[in-house]
Design a protein around this ligand. Structure first.
Ligand code: SF4
Length: 234
């Protein structure tokens, strides 16, 4: 398929570039069709800074599931002020949330993997599909070392579920490299990271992790399943 050939050519090109240069190239190649999903995590804050500091024409958006930590929403506002930009916020469909809560209960996601996936679908996956619709490239803050599940990912890949090219500019960044960059550029970040929270999602489904634990061990810690919510399913 010619598409896969193009993707591997693009991958080779991007490998030669820094994350900031790669973002600029992608924004130039797909004018008006590049979006970046931020969950306000540290990786995403780095990418927001790289986009904003170069004034790239990339739409930054976030998914407000209705169950986020107040600190996350506070950081969203702080980030908008800092970079003088608007982060577009997508919300779940009201009728779908009402049906979900009526079916499984307000915290029914603790009861089964199936319930949890239903909740993630209504609050994250469906709004994400709306956010990505009509675009050609989806930028994400995935890093390969975040967890074993993410090790096989590529810098640029075709996302079959969402029918969009996915670009992961920080794929090979180490945790220390990211922290150094945040310090150097005084990038705003969630104060919960200083309290042992690494990967911060919805409040009822996130806990701090212990030293040496996998970065995503604090997400859906009561489950043995793959620690993904369906946003990055392949
Ligand atoms: Fe629901 Fe938890 Fe998924 Fe958030 S992370 S959408 S609260 S199951």
């Amino acid at each position: 398929m010619s598409q896969s050939l193009n993707i591997s050519d693009l991958e080779s090109k991007l490998e030669q570039l820094s994350a900031g240069e790669g973002l600029a190239l992608i924004a130039e190649m797909f004018p008006g069709k590049v979006v970046f999903s931020t969950s306000l995590g540290q990786e995403d804050q780095v990418i927001t800074q790289l986009i904003a500091s170069q004034n790239l024409p990339v739409q930054i958006f976030s998914l407000d599931t209705g169950r986020l930590f107040p600190e996350t929403l506070e950081l969203l506002g702080r980030t908008e002020s800092r970079y003088k930009t608007r982060i577009k916020v997508y919300y779940p469909e009201t009728a779908s949330v009402e049906k979900l809560v009526s079916d499984i209960g307000i915290n029914g996601f603790y009861d089964s993997v199936e319930n949890r996936k239903s909740c993630c679908f209504v609050r994250k996956v469906e709004p994400l599909k709306r956010a990505l619709a009509g675009n050609q490239v989806w930028i994400t803050g995935l890093r390969a070392e975040q967890s074993a599940n993410r090790g096989g990912m590529k810098r640029v890949e075709w996302d079959e579920a969402n029918q969009i090219l996915k670009y992961n500019p920080l794929l090979d960044w180490t945790f220390d490299q990211m922290i150094d960059y945040i310090k150097e550029h005084k990038i705003p970040y969630n104060p919960m990271h200083d309290q042992g929270f690494v990967s911060i999602g919805c409040a009822p489904c996130t806990r701090a992790i212990f030293p040496g634990e996998d970065a995503r061990a604090g997400r859906w810690w009561w489950e043995d399943s793959k620690k993904e919510c369906g946003l990055h399913a392949k």
